[in-house]
Design a protein around this ligand. Structure first.
Ligand SMILES: [Zn+2]
Length: 109
């Protein structure tokens, strides 16, 4: 094995973040990271980008849950106005979506 200092590639950094490195690769990456500020910066940026991506996806999911809840309530009201019962599956799904929104709000506050 060459002792030459070789920077981690963006692919290796991504695998490091995702837990995709073998234990010997992980150990080698840790050794390099302990001595290389450049790669630590790249690692920090990668983690930040991942967090922003997850936050964005969570935001879209929450918006979808809110729209679904509103749509389910509209369907329920339309059916009720015609004297028909809302299918249990719609009520159940709307309740699940409402619960997901409540849980997300609880985590944020
Ligand atoms: Zn490096």
């Amino acid at each position: 094995m060459a002792r030459k200092r070789v920077h981690l590639t963006p692919e290796e950094i991504a695998a490091y973040v995702d837990g995709g490195l073998r234990s010997n690769e992980f150990a080698a990456a840790n050794t390099h990271l302990a001595a290389c500020a450049d790669c630590v910066r790249l690692l920090a940026n990668t983690v930040k980008t991942r967090q922003e991506l997850v936050a964005g996806i969570n935001g879209e999911l929450l918006a979808a849950c809110a729209m679904f809840t509103a749509a389910a309530h509209e369907v329920r009201d339309l059916l009720n106005a015609k004297g028909l019962a809302c299918p249990a599956s719609i009520a159940y799904a709307a309740e699940k979506a409402r619960h997901a929104i409540e849980s997300a709000k609880a985590v944020k506050s």
